[in-house]
Design a protein around this ligand. Sequence first.
Ligand SMILES: [Mg+2]
Length: 252
Amino acid sequence: MRSDKRIKAVLFDFDDTLITWEHAEYSWIEYNRPRWATIHDFFTADGHTLPNKDDFAHTIQLCMRRQWEEALPVWGSASFIDGLVEALAEMGVGRDLYDLDHLLELYNWQPVPGVKPFDDTHAVLTELKARGYQIGLITNAFQPMWMRDIELNAFDLMKYIDARITSGDTRFMKPHPAIYWRMLGLLNLMPQDAVFVGDRPDQDILGAHNVDMTSVLIEPPHLNRDRQGIEATFTIKTLTELLPILDRLEDA
Ligand SMILES: [Mg+2]
């Protein structure tokens, strides 16, 4: 392993970058329907009067969507937990009436069936670690990191990751520079020390450019994203293609 590496870390987006949603078996609403029903049952058994299950789920969905609508224009961050707490308050269940941790246990976030790492994710991350790179993860997920950790563990990806943050925790979303600087701070690096790999030009790639970081756009065959005039430093179809790019950057 070279100790004089120019690039010290490879930073990744999560969804459709390290794991593929191509074969997800449920939409967000379908995935959540039984989960909201479980929470509805919990409150009803506890003596609360709530709207019927469909309206209960609908109100939560609306509050979650409002979180995103308010966050996106300023690249602040939506928060799953704030959305849930707001929805319950709107339905007369104040924050003092439940234990949030217990509620989230009942919610039981798990990998969405059909979602899995890309075929080469483990091999590429293994190679990056062997080459001595630090690995970071920055996801525009509105869940706290501990919820997405459930997926990292289920997919056996946690062992590669040196630092990981969600926008939900950070309160800023890619492409806001603050979330990149947060990651760089965790790894004690400057932008020129890192490469960012992600699938969304307007978030992952623009954000990397906002802090003068080398960017790699991954365009898996199942996605057809509009590049919106944003040109990444490099473009790849599979993670494996990242390895020769890093060779080139080291030799530059
Ligand atoms: Mg993504």
